[in-house]
Design a protein around this ligand. Structure first.
Ligand SMILES: Nc1ncnc2c1ncn2[C@@H]1O[C@H](COP(=O)(O)OP(=O)(O)OP(=O)(O)O)[C@@H](O)[C@H]1O
Ligand SMILES: [Mg+2]
Length: 353
């Protein structure tokens, strides 16, 4: 693989707002690097500072402190004219599409080309090519009010691509869409990343969206970046409780735990309920068989979620273990040795909703 080359570098970014004599630290000391060709996901709850942070990338929001480098240019040192040019390299799409309602689909996509150097014929060719790219050639003469949410977002994507940006930022662009349309739009973004090599930054509060197309993930909480890593690392070995929560939300582990607690199906004699997170070749059946063969520990699978993320198996499993104390300890050690992340689950701490 070619060496990763940074396209966006944020260093020690802080953004402070003052409102009614109150200071709000929307972003606190965040540093991150997005490499060329990444689909970089930023996940966090409402108010975590995600939008504020990405607006810093093209200086729609100037940071209170920190350095912003895009394409090896220090954004804070550019003249207004240079900054305008750099911004063309960064397309943005939003939850509410922000289309011009009085213009047709064609007119919306043509709009950012108004001050371009292209001839009328080149411009027309470009708009048609973009509409074709997002699958909307047949809607060129429609107005936004005549489109579905997914179609509106396709127009917004085509418009964001008009100036051939190398970077596309998507701020909750699928939040207003149903799950199927969300998948369609995410697939389109994935296709743009693969076919045109566009670097994509995606903000979301849904882990499922991240899972579909991101290769790297950052987790934000109360203005801070609390965890960052490859999709596989975040999924297979989440370090922070909040990250774990996001991962669980997309594997249905949370509801499963609640169900287990409510229904009292945990075997009476089981001494331990454990959660296993594993990556790669480890699979569930042999693990359970080995626990019995080697340690005489019986393992009941109460829940499992195995999926393929970027060609690697990522699994979560809940096991109820029964056996002698020392055998269980040995079994846990064995699991740790297999590069399986083992965590004791205490049902008393599970809140039943
Ligand atoms: N222009 C502003 N003036 C004052 N406070 C602001 C401003 N913009 C954002 N904030 C505050 O900064 C914090 C972070 O907001 P931000 O919009 O970045 O969060 P977010 O993670 O994008 O949330 P959401 O998921 O709801 O979009 C919030 O407390 C918000 O109220
Ligand atoms: Mg936001």
């Amino acid at each position: 693989m070619a060496k990763a080359s940074p396209i966006i570098e944020l260093k020690n970014i802080g953004v402070q707002f003052s409102q009614k004599e109150q200071l709000i630290d929307a972003v606190k000391d965040v540093s991150l690097t997005v490499n060329k060709g990444d689909v970089y996901g930023i996940i966090g709850y409402s108010g975590a500072g995600k939008s504020t942070l990405v607006r810093v990338i093209n200086l729609l929001q100037r940071p209170t402190v920190g350095a912003v480098t895009v394409n090896h240019k220090q954004m804070l040192k550019l003249t207004p004219k240079q900054l305008r040019d750099e911004r063309k390299n960064i397309g943005m799409i939003f939850q509410h599409f922000n289309l011009l309602n009085s213009r047709t689909v064609y007119g919306n996509v043509d709009f950012p080309l108004m001050d371009s150097q292209l001839s009328a014929a080149q411009r027309q060719q470009k708009v048609n090519k973009l509409l074709d790219l997002v699958g909307l050639s047949d809607k060129a003469q429609n107005y936004p009010s005549q489109l579905s949410g997914g179609q509106k977002q396709r127009v917004a994507i085509a418009r964001a691509l008009a100036n051939d940006p190398e970077i596309l930022i998507s701020d909750e662009a699928t939040s207003a869409l149903d799950p199927e349309t969300t998948t369609e739009i995410l697939n389109l973004l994935g296709y743009l990343n693969q076919s045109l090599g566009i670097t994509i930054v995606i903000i979301t509060h849904e882990m499922d969206a991240i899972k579909q197309i991101c290769n790297r993930v950052a987790v934000m909480d109360q203005g801070k970046l609390i965890e960052e890593g490859s999709l596989l690392k975040i999924f297979g070995h989440p370090q922070q409780a909040l990250t774990q929560k996001f991962v669980d939300s997309s594997t249905q582990l949370g509801p499963a735990l609640q169900e287990i607690k409510k229904s009292h199906i945990l075997p009476e004699n089981s001494k331990h309920l454990i959660e296993l997170n594993f990556l790669g070749d480890v699979t569930e059946e042999p693990m359970v068989v080995e626990l019995y063969k080697r340690f005489k520990v019986e393992a009941n699978i109460l829940f499992s979620n195995i999926e393929q993320l970027q060609g690697t198996t990522v699994g979560i499993m809940l096991l109820a273990l029964s056996g002698q104390d020392e055998d269980i300890q040995a079994a846990l050690q064995y699991l740790n040795h297999l590069q399986v992340n083992v965590k004791q689950v205490n049902l008393a701490q599970i809140e039943v909703g």
